[in-house]
Design a protein around this ligand. Structure first.
Ligand code: NAD
Ligand code: TYD
Length: 337
């Protein structure tokens, strides 16, 4: 099988490619990525000489560049996106460009080449927020109600992908997953930001009252969910993917990281809240469990500890990433109000 992976130099895409090369060595993978600030080929240095793996630098909004890599592809696995909510609040346009227009370009070219499967990676953020204490979780029938430019752009992309199935019979599948954590995550997201800040002797910035809740999914569990959908998923279907945590507030996640690094709660500071901050996400993953036999296997505490160890061992990776453009972003995002 020949796979075209978009956004394969980012956090989840590179974890997917490393997993796929190891577990499906007979398949050929083309990694198509624009190498934005979030793309890093160092993540894939261990397989760069593998004859079944090829990197092509290109942008999903450019039809000619997408056309040049789509011929002969059986399966598209579409990760490429602008992915950080805070950056979408500072400037929404790149999110609309890459996430909405870029997805449509891919769909158009995938139709031209009659690909056998187009799998779209999306987020639970398209459903908006849940209240604290609400017994409900998001499921495949939850209405869309995105509340940040990032979430709105991903919602737009989901609708475009689904419309291609209904209108043109493009064989699509979609997964909407919760917050991932694990190796190679860009240190703008809360878990790697917290770990690397503490390793640099800085504090963890916690937005608002710190009582916001995310559903934490270890990245390898997410990758296995995508594998299950590619192998056994029903064309046209959407599957929600979540983790094993039950409502851990951000402040508690920060305290766990503080303890793992032998620091104190004084290394946590409360900062100005994010506008439109979604209070709680929680995912009901019973459909993918019942239909495809997938369930998360990585316990949060044990794999948070392993993730902390990974960032301790791979300091050159994140110190390199935290230079230059990142510093400018950090100053702008965390300036004192
Ligand atoms: P990331 O920001 O780490 O990586 C995104 C990758 O896409 C980068 O390598 C970047 O260079 C590439 N890219 C961006 N715009 C591009 C363009 N126009 N053309 C080609 N390449 C482009 O993101 P991630 O955390 O790995 O997320 C991957 C996917 O998973 C995204 O679609 C995101 O919306 C979704 N998702 C992520 C999470 C999470 O917790 N990280 C949760 C749910 C869904
Ligand atoms: P983030 O990792 O940005 O993911 P998302 O917004 O996509 O869920 O944020 C996770 C949670 O952590 C979210 O409730 C916002 C909060 N947060 C902070 O409290 N401080 C920070 O510096 C960041 C980046 C996030």
């Amino acid at each position: 099988m020949r796979l075209l992976v978009t956004g394969g130099a980012g956090f989840i895409g590179s974890n997917f490619i490393l997993y796929w090369v190891k577990n499906h060595p007979e398949d050929q993978i083309v990694n198509f990525d624009a190498l934005t600030y979030a793309g890093n080929l160092e993540n894939l240095s261990s397989i760069e000489n593998n004859p079944n793996y090829k990197f092509v630098k290109g942008n999903i909004v450019q039809s000619n560049e997408v056309d040049a890599v789509m011929a002969g592809v059986d399966t598209v696995v579409h990760f490429a996106a602008e992915s950080h909510v805070d950056r979408s609040i500072l400037g929404p346009q790149p999110f609309v460009l890459s996430n909405v227009l870029g997805t449509q370009v891919l769909l158009d070219v995938a139709r031209k080449y009659s690909v056998k499967k187009f799998h779209h990676i999306s987020t639970d953020e398209v459903f908006g927020e849940l209240e604290l204490g609400d017994p409900n979780k998001f499921n495949e029938r939850t209405n869309y109600n995105p509340r940040s430019p990032y979430a709105a752009s991903k919602a737009g992309s989901d609708h475009l992908v689904r419309s291609c199935f209904h209108t043109y019979n493009l064989p699509i599948t979609i997964t909407n997953c919760s917050n991932n954590f694990g190796p190679y995550q860009f240190p703008e997201k809360i878990i790697p930001l917290a770990i690397t800040n503490l390793l640099e002797g800085k504090k963890i910035p916690i937005y608002g009252d710190g009582l916001y809740v995310r559903d934490w999914l270890y990245v390898e569990d997410h990758v296995r969910a995508i594998e299950a959908v590619l192998e056994r998923g029903k064309v046209g279907e959407t599957y929600l993917v979540g983790g094993l945590t039950e409502d851990i507030p951000n402040i508690e996640v920060a305290r766990k990281i503080v303890r793992l690094l032998g620091k104190s709660d004084d290394d946590i500071e409360f900062v100005k809240d994010r506008p439109g901050h979604d209070r709680r996400y929680a995912v009901d993953w019973s459909k993918i469990k019942n239909d495809l036999g997938w369930e998360p296997q990585h316990d949060f505490d044990a794999w948070l500890e392993k993730t902390v160890e990974w960032y301790k061992k791979n300091q050159s990776w994140w110190r390199h990433v935290k230079g230059g453009e990142y510093q400018k972003y950090y100053e702008k995002q965390y300036q004192k109000s």
